[in-house]
Design a protein around this ligand. Sequence first.
Ligand code: IMP
Length: 448
Amino acid sequence: MPGIVVVGAQWGDEGKGKITDLLAERGDAVVRFQGGSNAGHTIVGNGETWKLHLMPSGILHPGKLCVIGNGVVLDPKVLTDELDELRRRGVDTSGLRISANAHLIMPYHLLLDHAGEIKLGRLQIGTTRRGIGPCYADKAARLGIRVQDLLDEKILKKKIVAALEPKRLSLREFAKDQRLDLQAMTDEYLTYGRRMQMYIADTSRLVQERLDAGDLVVFEGAQGALLDIDHGTYPFVTSSNPVAGAACIGAGVGPKDIDEVWGVTKGYTTRVGAGPFPTELDGSLADELRQRGGEFGTVTGRSRRVGWLDLVALRYAARINSLTALAVTKLDVLSGQEKLCVCTHYRGAEGAEFDHFPYHQTVLHHAVAEYEEMPGWSESLRDCRSEHELPEAARNYLQFIADFIKVPIALIGLGPGRDEVIWTKASADMYGSGAVAAPALAAEPNDR
Ligand code: IMP
């Protein structure tokens, strides 16, 4: 039963879409299990660029089962727009299946997210304002509206009324907003329901059938471990669990169905929105990395905060996700740096050394990163297709990461294109020995 989870090992935007896409090419099904249209992944292939928010990355491979699991919060406007765009560009979307139990982002969730951030003022989280927090809050309060509710007008209307009731006060300023008109909202959502109907299914069962058949199922995480509502830098987090354990809950499979967990990390670190970031850089070096790495949000267009690689945080992510492999992306962005810094521990405000990610937010907010300096490299890496072709300094940098985290690096990303990667010897060792996904992954090493 090869189930492989791909998660972000930092604060999101690590390039999970590309890694999932590469695995999906070799797999049979891709399942998104949390988050919503706050995610944004860019996939570049065959001279085309695809920017997806809700659609599982596998959608670009015809015939794959692509599941939006019950753990996702789904904005039906975003989804139907994506469907239209994919169809317009000739993509076969017949493999899509949507969990009937997934919760829907409603117009009031968007308004509340926006209003909530404004109210917080200087304390704001910097959300993507896609209604994610308010939607998960309704889910927990048992006031959520699910995909299946779109198939029955009476139920839909009743549930909207019930969901709006406790929000009267906070929505007062939008009392005349057309988006909150009960009939208009019901009609709009019924239309989405009709458009999505052919895709709605018992996705937990479909996924289980694939696993039972021995197919390779890729569970695609959104955001990253440090944005996890339980394990991340709360309250500067998203409202779901981007860690691997959530794949089971958000897809409807059991823990034994997961065989491998891949964590994706950039060769450096970025973060969007507010919150602690011990290795953050500023000034010209930050600008340079931001420009070279194209570090501007796919969802909101915001500039991402940029910093050195933080191995304290990465080791923490490896632990809470049980990572079995790492994919290191955007290594090419570091070319041209005379020296590279990697954070190996933090120094607390009172001088204490922290080897482990501090659980206390006050400590983390005041933590100063301390670094190991390593020589950089000047060469472009974009054309390297095997580890031997990488400059020695780049190989040493990767080895240092793998040794520190104690997780092997299976894949190295050297540019946005699908082919700009190296499947490492470690991936062949891991998968060539009959383990999960073995034949598919080992059959196509990029060594030339
Ligand atoms: P929300 O998920 O829109 O509620 O935003 C909460 C926090 O998570 C904010 O700091 C966002 O910038 C961050 N966030 C949400 N989704 C992503 C993502 O896909 N990549 C990076 N950061 C994200």
